[in-house]
Ligand binder design. Structure first.
Ligand SMILES: *Cc1c(COP(=O)(O)O)cnc(C)c1O
Length: 251
C-alpha cells in the first residue's frame, strides 16, 4: 500500500493524523498539569490502541509513545507479538485495562507489564501464578467501582471492586511474589461528575497509601475527562479515541 495523492486512510495520512492528535493530547496533559501545579513528567500517558491495528502502535512508538493499553486478551496478544517481532527491545510496555477472565491470566502475563483492572482475589492468585511461570513481574492496579460511593447504580459492564474490598485485595497483591501493587484505577461512572468521581478515588488512594506507601499510582482519566483526573492526582492517563480517532468495530 502506498499513499496516493488523495488516498484517504493511506499510511502517510494516518501517520500525520496520529502525530497531530497525539500532540494535541500531550498539550492537554501539559496544560492540565500546569493548572494543577504538577510536573507533567510524573504523568504516564497510556495510549489505548484497542480495535486499532499493530501498524498504529508502530507509528505511535515512532512518536515517542512508550505505553499502550488494550482491553481484550485475544486482540492484545496478537498485536503484542506482531509489534515485538518488528521492534524487539524497542517495543512499548503493554497495559491491560479491560475486564479480565481468570483463564486469560496466563496469556496476559506473557506480554503485559501492568494490569489496571484487578478487582477480585481469584484474579490476584491467577496473575501471580501466571507471572511466576512466565518469570515476569506484573504491576497491578486495583480497579474500584466508584458508582456506589457516588450514589449511582452499579455498572456491571465496567468491572471494579467495591471500595470496601480494596484493603484485602491490596494485602493479597502485596503478599504475591510476582506482583507489585502499583495503586488504584477507576473509570468515572457514566452520568457522574468526573471531578467528584476522581476526588473519591483520590481519597481511597490516600487511605491505601497509609498501609502501602509505595502504591502511589492512580490510573484515571480518559479522552473526555483527563483534565479532571490530572487535577485529582492521576499518575496514569488511559487515552484512546482522542489520539486514534473513533474506534472501528471490534475485529
Ligand atoms: C477504551 C478504554 C479507555 C480509553 O477510552 P477513550 O474514551 O477512547 O479515551 C480507557 N480506559 C479503559 C478501561 C478503556 O476500556
Amino acid at each position: 500500500m502506498s499513499a496516493g495523492p488523495d488516498g484517504g486512510g493511506a499510511p502517510a495520512d494516518r501517520a500525520a493524523q496520529l502525530r497531530e492528535r497525539l500532540a494535541a493530547v500531550r498539550g492537554r496533559v501539559d496544560a492540565a498539569a500546569r493548572a494543577a501545579g504538577r510536573d507533567p513528567g510524573e504523568l504516564t500517558l497510556v495510549v489505548v490502541t484497542k480495535h486499532f491495528p499493530a501498524g498504529d502502535v508502530l507509528e505511535l512508538v515512532g512518536l515517542g509513545v512508550g505505553d499502550v493499553g488494550e482491553n481484550r486478551d485475544q486482540e492484545a496478544a496478537a498485536k503484542a507479538a506482531d509489534v515485538a517481532a518488528r521492534l524487539g527491545s524497542a517495543a512499548p510496555r503493554w497495559h491491560f485495562v479491560g475486564q479480565l477472565q481468570t483463564n486469560k491470566a496466563r496469556s496476559v502475563a506473557r506480554y503485559a507489564s501492568a494490569v489496571h483492572s484487578v478487582d477480585r482475589a481469584r484474579l490476584v492468585g491467577a496473575l501471580d501464578r501466571a507471572a511466576q511461570d512466565a518469570q515476569r513481574r506484573l504491576e497491578v492496579f486495583l480497579q474500584v467501582d466508584l458508582a456506589p460511593a457516588l450514589g449511582h447504580d452499579a455498572d456491571p459492564g465496567r468491572g471494579g471492586a467495591p471500595a470496601a474490598d480494596v484493603p484485602a485485595l491490596a494485602e493479597a497483591v502485596a503478599a504475591a511474589d510476582a506482583l507489585r501493587l502499583a495503586g488504584l484505577m477507576a473509570v468515572a461512572p457514566r452520568d457522574a461528575d468526573p471531578a467528584r468521581a476522581f476526588a473519591v478515588l483520590h481519597e481511597l488512594s490516600l487511605a491505601l497509601r497509609r498501609e502501602h506507601p509505595s502504591a502511589t499510582g492512580l490510573s484515571a482519566g480518559m479522552s473526555g475527562d483527563l483534565e479532571q483526573a490530572v487535577a485529582a492526582g492521576a499518575t496514569h492517563l488511559r487515552v484512546g479515541s482522542a489520539v486514534l480517532g473513533p474506534r472501528p468495530a471490534p475485529r
